[in-house]
Design a protein around this ligand. Sequence first.
Ligand SMILES: Nc1ncnc2c1ncn2[C@@H]1O[C@H](COP(=O)(O)OP(=O)(O)OP(=O)(O)O)[C@@H](O)[C@H]1O
Length: 378
Amino acid sequence: MSKIDLAANAQLSVRHAAVAYGAVTVLQEVSFHLPPGQIGCLLGPSGCGKTSLLRAIAGFEPLAAGEIRLRGQCVVNTTQMTPPEQRRVGMVFQDFALFPHLNVADNIAFGLRHLPRAARKQRVTALLELVGLPQMAKSYPHQMSGGQQQRVALARAIAPRPELLLLDEPFSSMDAELRQQLARDVRHALQQDGVTGLLVTHDQHEAFAMADVIGVMGDGRLRQWDSAYNLYHHPADEMVAGFIGKGTMLPGFILPDGCIETPLGRIKARQVPVTPQADAEGRRAVRVLFRPDDLLHDESSDLSLEILDKSFLGAESLYTLALPDNALSGGIPADASDHVLSLVESHHDHAIGDRLPVRVSGEAMPVFLAAATSTVRA
Ligand SMILES: Nc1ncnc2c1ncn2[C@@H]1O[C@H](COP(=O)(O)OP(=O)(O)OP(=O)(O)O)[C@@H](O)[C@H]1O
């Protein structure tokens, strides 16, 4: 689908949006489109502007620039603002408040008073089924676990069939395992009901479990709006590369044939964004993202690296390995990493201080421009 079709058919369309509090602009030039029935996620560190954007979409904040459209209709730009209650947007928050004096069925039915009694009952029964609580219609909130209450809050929010469901850190009070399970369950429930959703979180595992498309935010901008695969393997910049997954930035130089010389040998570049300026020796410096799965354990390899640290992850262990001395002509810049990570099947148990034989995977790697004034590590 072309970019124009994507925008025209989007359930939610955000274009060049900026949010400001007084004279301080906290968010700018944010653009993305969310197709109907998909689940998007805004992911980023604390304070990057995720909640501000969600509040602008819901109708609680004006825009300082740009516009937001719901099903093609402009709901806010710099001259007009549709009130929240006219946007047909549902919301689920971390501190969701169920009505304590109403049982589960009545909580879910709260926004369905316009429906005839039989239709209301049918919708509540279907939603209880959808969120996996068919037996709990008559229970009260205080008789339920946090996870069960959150499922009820979700059912209540999607009951009136909102055009868009916004979820602001809805699972953050739960432990990590329950969080991911709930994220998967909620994804399933939204898909079954055909709801378009936008989740805000700072937890990338929650984003991976729930979203079709993820926007990584940083420094008040949307850095990349993409699939989890592309964020990990094709990060748009070093901020995204550092925020998603694990990895280290190694220094390198572009060779005449377009390959990159790194401390671990020649690698293929996925793409060199802009040809960097040559230094005094005529070399063009870049930084290469090595993921832990780019460095493979291989007993037949001539390359072996000292194990500095290791963490057991269950099926795999993550090893921190020292880079070889004098591995890069001209030395390693001070702002580059002096170690690299390798993910190895945990049946192979190597001790800290041993040398681990490894080889580079051969996959093309993301390459970024090096800072213009890198000093060399002493
Ligand atoms: N009402 C407000 N008045 C002034 N500044 C605000 C207001 N709300 C948020 N901010 C500022 O805007 C910036 C973005 O805040 P926001 O809450 O949108 O970020 P966030 O990514 O959702 O953070 P968190 O993950 O911690 O909730 C922060 O610097 C914050 O201090």
